[in-house]
Design a protein around this ligand. Structure first.
Ligand code: KIV
Ligand code: ZN
Length: 512
């Protein structure tokens, strides 16, 4: 039984999704959940890219104990040194050095010859190895690289001390047959193939990233890289939850195991979906809303007679369990805390008190508080920002101009109040917030969904705002009132935009 390591890059490649920007607190929350999910390596960011990225990687390195924490670095000494500074206190650290090896990248992007690329790999991997026990090297755009040159690049990295070789399909160009053959070719031509770990990193441009990753595993890869829900640059990355469940369900075929705690799948996916603002399509494998729903009469009949007729995965396996005993306003603190613990939350006494107060407030306006509401209670709180909404008053006139009055509490305790109008209630609210925060941002996306069914369901609002540099920021707001949820989501996105202005990025590093 081969052990397949899971390398999650939700916080690095996943954050390269347009409109997705996690703040530091969200990154830590995600890293902790990835650790609980059983991820072996967490790529926490690209430390040279900005002070914000550096501090997030450092903070994650200090709290994660059961997974290796990794930082990305170009094949440049100061990138590797910066990654070392961020990761030096980690319980287990690794660096991920990359350099493109395809002719198109070397000629147009790097303007380097093959000899220069090989020289850079040898020098920088050796430099990284002086600082890190685990050094991963990626020949970027490997699937469009001349295979003979790919062997030379990989050999140079191994000779310089690389312990992991990651083969990226950077532009999602390959297919399972070809990618499997590439791994076999590397195995045949790299004498020390079995002494290092070979890894796979695929993008989904042609919709084949999960199949490509599985093909790599069949042909010798012992590490799989990807993101939760497959978020990432362009069409995204390999969805790790799909690979994990495929390896489990088709263990007869793949004969491999992993450390993934499968019943944490739904919770992990929900967290990423909420914080990234990227809803999971209902028909998505493993975690989509329809993945365990049987519509046709013949299927329903079959499942009632014997579930395995049409169900190869049980919802319980991936933590999709609808709990039949919702909490309500008569539920006590003990029942609440027990349910939160069952859902996997470890809260301090103060957090329990705060969460219980919010639960009571919710239970006053909502008859049944379901599991999804309880998750939202924690996620909604964690997305709250330095700026707190104190008071919201909206004046609605049929066919007229709408008005809003808002009072907010800023981080330093200042209370600000203002009013503005708009063609609709939401516009009036957002115009008022723009005045209060003296900001110039444009709303580019607004989505609203109900967390559960029923007239008293909580509203979850996602917005994306764009600043005048063209950068986009996602915000989420949860409340039983849609206008309050809308205001909260806009304040959340605005806080991210303003925090990012205060974090100068390293102009030389094109992160996105
Ligand atoms: O897709 C890619 O090539 C990458 C590298 C940094 C490994 O993300
Ligand atoms: Zn990538």
């Amino acid at each position: 039984m081969a052990y397949i390591q899971f390398f999650d890059t939700t916080l690095r490649d996943g954050e390269q999704t347009p409109g997705v920007n996690f703040n530091q607190q969200e990154k830590i929350q995600i890293a902790k959940q990835l650790e609980t999910y059983g991820i072996d390596v967490i790529e926490a960011g690209f430390p040279i890219a900005s002070d914000g990225d550096f501090h997030s990687v450092k903070e994650i390195a200090s709290v994660i104990k059961n997974a290796t924490v990794c930082g990305l670095a170009r094949s440049v000494e100061r990138d590797i040194d910066r990654a070392y500074e961020a990761l030096r206190d980690a319980a287990n650290a690794q660096v991920h050095v990359f350099l493109a090896t395809s002719d198109v990248h070397m000629k147009h992007k790097l303007k380097m010859s093959r000899a220069e690329v090989l020289q850079s790999i040898s020098h920088h991997v050796a430099h990284a190895r002086k600082l890190f026990p685990i050094v991963q090297f990626s020949p970027e755009d490997a699937t469009r690289t001349d295979p003979a040159f790919l062997v030379q690049a990989v050999q140079a990295a191994i000779d310089a001390g690389a312990t992991v070789i990651n083969i990226p399909d950077t532009v999602g160009f390959t297919n399972p047959t070809e990618f499997g053959a590439l791994f076999r070719y590397l195995r045949e031509n790299i004498p020390r193939f079995d002494e290092v770990i070979f890894s796979t990193h695929c993008h989904d441009d042609l919709g084949m990233s999960v199949a490509n990753a599985l093909s790599a595993i069949e042909n010798g890869a012992r590490r799989v890289e990807g993101t939760i829900n497959g978020i990432g640059e362009r069409a995204g990355n390999t969805a790790l939850e799909e690979v994990a469940v495929a390896l489990h369900i088709r263990n007869d075929y793949y004969k491999s195991e992993s450390g993934i705690i499968l019943n944490q799948t739904k919770k992990t996916s929900d967290l990423i979906s909420r914080l990234s603002g990227m809803p999971v399509p209902r028909n998505k494998a493993i975690i989509g809303g329809n993945a365990y729903a049987h519509e046709s009469g013949i299927h329903q009949d079959g499942v009632l007679k014997e579930p395995t007729t049409y169900e190869i995965i049980t919802p319980a396996l991936v933590g999709v369990e609808k709990n039949s005993l919702p909490l309500g306003k008569l539920s006590g603190r003990h029942a609440f805390v027990t349910r939160m613990e069952e859902l996997g939350y470890t809260l301090t006494d103060e957090e329990k008190n705060d969460a219980f107060k919010r639960f009571k407030h919710l239970a006053d306006v909502k008859k049944d508080v379901t599991e999804d509401d309880l998750h939202a209670l924690i996620l909604g709180q964690s997305s709250e920002q330095a700026v707190e909404l104190n008071h919201l008053q909206v004046q609605y006139v049929t066919g007229g101009v709408q008005g809003a009055i808002i009072r907010i509490h800023t981080e330093d305790g200042t209370v600000l109040e203002d009013a503005a109008t708009g063609a609709g209630s939401i516009e009036a609210i957002y115009n008022t917030i723009n005045r209060l925060l003296e900001q110039d941002v444009t709303l580019t996306d607004y989505r609203i969904q109900a967390i559960t069914a029923g007239h008293d369901a909580q509203a979850e609002v996602h917005v994306v705002v764009q600043d005048n540099q063209g950068e986009t920021y996602h915000g989420i707001g949860i409340d039983n009132d849609v206008l309050t949820a809308s205001a909260k989501s806009y304040l959340h996105a605005s806080a991210k935009a303003s925090a990012s202005k205060q974090q100068p990025t390293n102009e030389e590093v094109p992160v996105k």
